[in-house]
Structures are given as C-alpha cells and as structure tokens.
Design a protein around this ligand. Structure first.
Ligand code: ASP
Length: 440
C-alpha cells in the first residue's frame, strides 16, 4: 500500500472543530498513515498558542511565581477539545506529571514540547491510531544539531511496526536523554523526517492557506497560488521572506526526493502547492514568484586600477569576515567593488569596519548607502526564455523605478535587483503585473 506522511499545523488543530476536519481528511485516503501534529495554535487573531503559554510557564517558574494560573489555561484548552470531541479520554495524569516537572525546573525545551505531545495523544485517540513519542525516534547530536542518520534508521524501524500512527512534532532527544526542540515552527521538520523514515510517496503539509502565493498578498492584490515549485526555487523565495514552510523542512525529504504538498485544512478540495525535486513542465508565467526584503546597505569601495590589483577582493572580504558578517551580493565594476550586507549586521560596527577597510585596502573612497531593498524574481523557466531580464528591467523602467543593483546567478534561477526601500512595493507590483496576466 502506498504511504503518505502528513503534518497538521497549530491552526489546523486549534480546537475540536478543526480536529474533526483533520480526521475527515485523514479518513478520506487510506494511504494517509503517519500523521505529525503541532500544538494547538490560535483560534482567533489575539488568541495565544499553547506553545507560548508553555513558555510563559517556564518564565513564571524561573521568577519563582506560581505556574497555576498559566497551567490552568493550558489544561482548559485540552479539556475543551476532549469534551467537544466526545471521546472517553483524560490527560489528568499527564498534566500532573508535567506540572511536577515544571515546578522541579526541567528545561525550557521539555516544557515547550509538551504542547505537541498532549495534542498528539488526543489526535491518536480520536483517530484510533497508535501514538509514537518523538523522543523515542528523533535524535540530536551532542552539539545540538539534528542527527539525521541515527534518526532515520531508528525511526524507520519503529514506525514501520505500526500500520498507522500519530507522532508529535517539534522535538526529539539529546544523547543524554533530555528533550530538545527544533526552532519555532519545527513541526514542519518533524513531518519531513517522518516522510523520509517511512519512505512516503508524498509529504502533505496541511495548514491554513491553499498553498504558496506568487507574491506577498500585503503588497500585490490577490496574487495567484504557485501550483508547482522546485526545492531550489523555494529556497530562493523563502530566503527572501516568502515563507510557507520552516526553512530546514526541505532537507530530509529532499534527500529522499519526496515531494511536499502544501494543503489547506479549511479547503481540502484545493490542490495547493506541490514542492518537487525537479519540474518537467515549464512555468506558464515564466516566473514562479517574486519576493523581497528591506533593510540592506551597500558598502561601495573605489580605487583606481583596482581591476589589475591581485587580491583586492580578498582584502575587502577579510575585513567583512573579521567582523563576522555574512554578505549577500558582490556587484563590481572596473575600479569599484560593492558589498551588500544587512544593515542590522553592520549598525554597531560600521565606523570600525570602514576604518579597517581603508587601512587594509588603501582604497580611494568608501561609503555606505542604507535603505536598500532586494527583490528576487525566481523561476526555473527563465533559463529557457530569452528576454526575461529585459522584461524585468523594462517593467521597472516603465514604473519609474531606479535599479541600484542587479545580480543573476549562473543557475539562471533568479534575477535579483536592488532598489530604494521607498520603491519596494512598486517594484514587486511592476514585476508581478509584467509576468502574470490579471483581469485588472
Ligand atoms: N508549536 C511549535 C511552535 O509554535 C512548533 C510548531 O507549531 O511547528 O513554534
């Protein structure tokens, strides 16, 4: 029988109503056998996620405050789900154990992980699936990084003994047996790990949107959903802030070449977005998406005859390295070189850095311009289409946008332009409209 691994996010498991939708989705397809659950998320805009309530317990106990008022609200959230689902189930013993542990100063990660642990127990009971604790099959190394090989071997052996199972997301075990969590949103990673361990044909990631959008809906009105995106394109877009999945969630499935399908729990009939290793069809719009970020600075360095000075670039980058800064781009001219960096990274050290750069490079002139926005136009189909860059630049010219920097990687997967932050939204809209036929 084919196998699908599924992950449901916090908003998909925030209350009993959503649990019912989740159960209907799982029961609609026999191959949906391994389910990763998040902790209950927000039910309405200013609701509090259970994970945040658990972090609040941790803070309270460190300040020697009574955790009871915080913990009572957590118990109430789970008890309400249980009673509205009408299942014969009690978490009282678990609540007592967790409260005891919190009051005896267990680590923050253990406390935070209990949100997914308890929610997964309820979901397993409601579905009639086995409950498998992530602490038994997901491992970290001594240095805190994820131990992918050990996890894959051991988790695979455990899961394949169970026909159907629910596994809590977000955490695993350190070599000394303590619980460690991934970073926030980490249940996406657990879903990917589980998909790889059971060699799933598909990893369905169920959330509250019908897929990834071609542009930020706060900037572009009603952007289209991306139907198919490759892992590499996703990496480029998410680096620029277009997030639909935790950044690290790609790696386990990528290794096993398992596609990911982003789906909407509240609109299960929507196809969502398929994230695939390779796409065989070109993209109908040429571009797959456009995304950007503000908050960059350009360090401009001028020196006559720079072009014939061996090792000039190395000296510049050494100074950047000495200040432990990552650079984004390195546009250069004949006697000029620029380094694009995040403004927040250089704020505290800009004077020292410029002085050191003058000393080490003997440059004629160095200045820093702030207020740069970077916009990435991403699309696998750009490789085969002559004139894509021309279309980007003329769209920006027609919109009156001054381009301050251009970068196209040799993979031809993206074109990156740097513009003034004030022109950020105009730039994204102009590019979107150039490539996507809208009715407006
Ligand atoms: N519950 C955790 C968080 O809020 C992990 C997750 O939902 O993926 O970050």
């Amino acid at each position: 029988m084919s196998i699908k691994a599924l992950k449901f996010g916090g908003s998909s498991l925030a209350d009993a109503e959503h649990f019912k939708k989740v159960a209907a989705i799982i029961k609609a397809d026999e191959s949906r056998r391994y389910v990763v659950a998040s902790a209950p998320g927000k039910r309405y805009a200013d609701d509090i996620k259970v994970t945040d309530m658990l972090y609040a317990c941790f803070k309270a106990v460190r300040k020697k405050q009574d955790i009871e008022p915080h913990f009572a609200k957590i118990e109430q959230r789970y008890n309400q789900i249980i009673s509205e689902l009408g299942i014969d189930f009690s978490l009282d013993e678990e609540f007592a154990k967790i409260k005891y542990a919190i009051n005896h100063y267990v680590g923050e990660d253990y406390i935070a992980s209990r949100g997914e642990y308890l929610n997964s127990m309820i979901l397993a009971k409601y579905l009639g699936f086995d409950f498998i604790d992530a602490e038994d099959g997901i491992f970290f190394k001594e240095n805190g990084t994820f131990d992918s090989e050990r996890t894959n071997d051991e988790l695979s052996a455990i899961l394949l003994q169970h026909e159907r199972a629910v596994i809590p997301g977000f955490y695993g075990t350190m070599p000394n047996g303590t619980i460690k969590t991934f970073s926030r949103g980490g249940s996406d990673i657990t879903g990917s790990i589980v998909a790889r361990a059971v060699d799933a044909e598909l990893y369905e990631n169920w959330t509250d949107v019908s897929g990834m959008l071609m542009a930020d809906p706060r900037i572009v009105k009603n952007p289209k959903v991306i139907r198919v995106i490759t892992y590499n394109e996703l990496r480029e877009l998410s680096y620029m802030g277009a997030t639909v999945l935790h950044d690290e969630a790609i790696f386990p499935v990528r290794e096993a070449r398992i596609p990911i399908n982003i789906r909407n729990t509240n609109a299960p009939e929507d196809e969502g977005t398929m994230i695939v290793p390779f796409a065989d069809k070109p993209n109908e719009n040429v571009i797959t998406g456009v995304a950007g970020k503000v908050g960059f600075s350009i360090i401009n360095i001028d020196k006559s005859m720079m072009n014939s000075e061996v090792g000039f670039g190395k000296k510049v980058l050494k100074v950047i390295e000495n200040h432990e800064i990552c650079f984004e781009h390195l546009p250069s001219g004949i006697d000029t070189m620029s380094v694009v960096v995040s403004t927040s990274d250089i704020d505290a050290i800009r004077e020292d850095m410029v002085n050191e750069m003058f000393r080490k490079t003997k440059a004629d002139y160095i200045n820093i311009e702030d207020g740069l926005a970077l916009i990435a136009v991403v699309g696998r189909s750009m490789v085969s289409q002559i004139g894509t860059a021309g279309r980007v630049f003329s769209a920006l010219g027609n919109a009156g946008v001054n381009i301050k920097m251009i970068d196209q990687g040799s993979s031809e997967l993206s074109i990156i332009v740097g513009v003034n932050e004030a022109e950020y939204a105009t730039t994204i809209n102009a590019i979107y409209k150039e490539f996507v036929k809208t009715n407006e």
